[in-house]
Design a protein around this ligand. Structure first.
Ligand SMILES: NC(=O)c1ccc[n+]([C@@H]2O[C@H](COP(=O)([O-])OP(=O)(O)OC[C@H]3O[C@@H](n4cnc5c(N)ncnc54)[C@H](OP(=O)(O)O)[C@@H]3O)[C@@H](O)[C@H]2O)c1
Length: 237
């Protein structure tokens, strides 16, 4: 796909693309003709490196731990002058014992999950937003579990709270940028078999990710924030 404003290929800055949904999204963007700058943590070889090796130079790899503000600043500086069509922050985590209630969770585990899924994601959005075209797209990976309205069964309490917090922070971010032209998306990909989703999830990666990417790309030119699932349906807040 070419950029709406030129003949050059569109490019996504995809944060958290080493494996799972993020790595599959990188592959899906490639199929659509986009170029990808994908981030990994650390220095070990990942699935994204394999994809990059086969991409003919269309996948570049960057390094970012979203819980390290200095790394966000450094990435922004390294990429300064580049204009991305989309920033998508996929990086996220879950608490080790998903069955524990909020009060049973250790303070360290609560802080780790909230720091990654809420504060780290928002610092990344705020820190990298200037790299996105004024009419581009800023998306983050939320979850259906971030919906307060749909929470009738409980469970996964720490994780749910972290994604609900992320949704709330994106609402505030969107309110502060209400005059802007960018589309903003909180994405709920469905329950998918990844390391985080676990083996009991009903969806394979290939049953979710192509739809997720279709829905994201379709938001171009639609300013404002939406909370969407992989079918493009609005999720109740
Ligand atoms: N799978 C599901 O059913 C499901 C459902 C709803 C939402 N989600 C969300 O989708 C996103 C991806 O999940 P997944 O299922 O693909 O999980 P996953 O296989 O565990 O992958 C998580 C990804 O996030 C990265 N990451 C974690 N902490 C990070 C940090 N501090 N800085 C940078 N990157 C970090 C990981 O990098 P490393 O390889 O370096 O650890 C990895 O690339 C998450 O936000 C998750 O909450 C998943």
């Amino acid at each position: 796909m070419t950029s709406p404003t030129s003949d050059r290929a569109s490019t996504v800055l995809l944060v958290g693309a080493s494996r799972g949904l993020g790595e599959a999204m990188a592959g899906e963007f490639l199929k659509k003709g986009w170029n990808v700058v994908g981030t990994v943590r650390g220095s070990t070889r990942t699935k994204l490196h394999d994809l990059a090796a086969e991409s003919g130079g269309r996948v570049e790899i960057e390094h970012l731990d979203i819980t390290e503000p200095d790394q966000i600043t450094a990435l922004r500086q390294r990429r300064s002058g580049q204009s991305f069509d989309m920033l998508f922050v996929n990086a996220g985590t879950a608490n080790q014992n998903q069955g524990e209630t909020i009060a049973e969770t250790s303070t360290d585990e609560f802080v780790r999950v909230m720091l990654t899924n809420a504060l780290g994601v928002m610092r990344t959005v705020e820190g990298l937003q200037d790299l996105v075209r004024p009419d581009g797209i800023i998306g983050v990976m939320s979850s259906g579990q971030g919906s307060i309205g749909n929470n009738t069964n409980g469970g996964h309490e720490v994780y749910r709270g972290s994604k609900a917090a992320l949704n709330q922070y994106m609402r505030s971010y969107a309110a502060r940028h209400a005059d802007g032209q960018r589309a903003m998306v909180l994405m709920a990909p469905g329950w998918v078999r990844t390391e985080l989703g676990g083996p009991k999830a009903p969806l394979a990666i290939e049953e979710s990710v192509p739809h997720v990417v279709d829905v994201l790309v379709a938001q171009q030119g639609r300013p404002g924030l939406q909370y969407l699932d992989r079918n493009g349906t609005t999720v109740p807040w």
